[in-house]
Design a binder for this molecule. Structure first.
Ligand code: ZN
Length: 287
């Protein structure tokens, strides 16, 4: 499912395609993807200019003139893209919005329909008012405050009201990079471990964005292409394969109700000190 790097990739691509352009005719095939009044699409959208497209947490937001904002949640299988309007419609395309002065249109497609669209004006509250820290902008102090809870670190990182944008893939990859066991109580991490984890999260997310995200099943970017960061995963869905640092087989446990992949040797429980003696971790650090 799309997480922060995938949503960021789509938002950047849509920004390049749409900023400064004016939206036109709207065709809504599945009104139930719109939260709130779907009549707003027809009454608010046409002839509004796109100011910018940006990401908050795992959502893609299209900001229009006149304080109107389209907030897309991608859910499990949501895809947003701009392409030629005469291209055959992909199955499960629920929304098309023409881009004036071009032969292109914006399309939202979502086979499993866990995603959706909010149309917000200046008066409306954010649909996810309680979104937590943006990890790429967080300072160590803010991050430490967000983690000062007794919950297990994996569960806390997955909780969007604590840290926004991380899901199963990037939690596992970041915890591995920081050498932290996923079941460690967050409040037990010392200052050094918290700093190391924030650094690992930022580095993992930035690398994933550079590789246009991870495609495991459905994810495609706004140009319809697959991401390639899945080729660089070190633990996620690598159960039984040798750890790229110590050759120990990658393990899988349940954490936060989700399959969680980790190295039983590099990420020992209770250890929050860095492995100075570990060649692999030095190699990681140099990247
Ligand atoms: Zn290992």
């Amino acid at each position: 499912m799309p997480e922060l790097p995938e949503a960021e990739t789509i938002a950047r691509q849509l920004h390049r395609e749409l900023a400064g352009k004016t939206l036109g005719r709207v065709a809504l095939m599945r009104p139930d993807i719109v939260h709130g009044d779907d009549g707003l699409l027809d009454s608010l959208l046409p002839r509004r200019r796109v100011k910018r497209v940006w990401r908050r947490a795992k959502r893609v937001q299209i900001e229009l003139t006149g304080d109107v904002r389209l907030v897309f949640r991608l859910g499990m299988t949501g895809r947003l893209g701009v392409g030629p309007a005469d291209l055959p419609l992909e199955k499960h395309t629920h929304l098309r919005i023409a881009v004036e002065g071009t032969t292109h249109e914006l399309r939202f497609c979502d086979p499993r329909r866990f995603g959706g669209l909010w149309i917000l004006t200046a008066r409306d509250d954010d649909p996810d008012g309680k979104l937590g820290l943006e990890p790429l902008d967080a300072t160590p102090g803010q991050f430490r405050a967000a983690l000062s809870r007794r919950r297990q670190i994996k569960a806390l990182l997955m909780d969007q009201s604590a840290v926004a944008g991380l899901g199963n893939i990037y939690c596992d990859e970041s915890l591995y990079a920081a050498r932290i066991h996923p079941l460690t109580r967050a409040a037990r991490l010392d200052r050094e471990a918290v700093v190391r984890l924030l650094r690992a999260i930022k580095r993992t997310l930035r690398r994933a964005i550079r590789f246009n995200g991870s495609t495991l099943m459905d994810y495609r970017d706004a140009d319809g292409r697959e991401g390639s960061f899945q080729k660089l995963h070190r633990v996620y869905q690598r159960e039984g394969h040798p750890c790229r640092t110590c050759r120990t087989p990658i393990g899988r446990i349940l954490a936060a109700g989700r399959s969680t992949f980790f190295c039983p040797k590099c990420q020992r429980r209770g250890r929050s000190k860095p492995l100075h003696d570990c060649r692999g971790s030095d190699r990681m650090r140099q990247r």
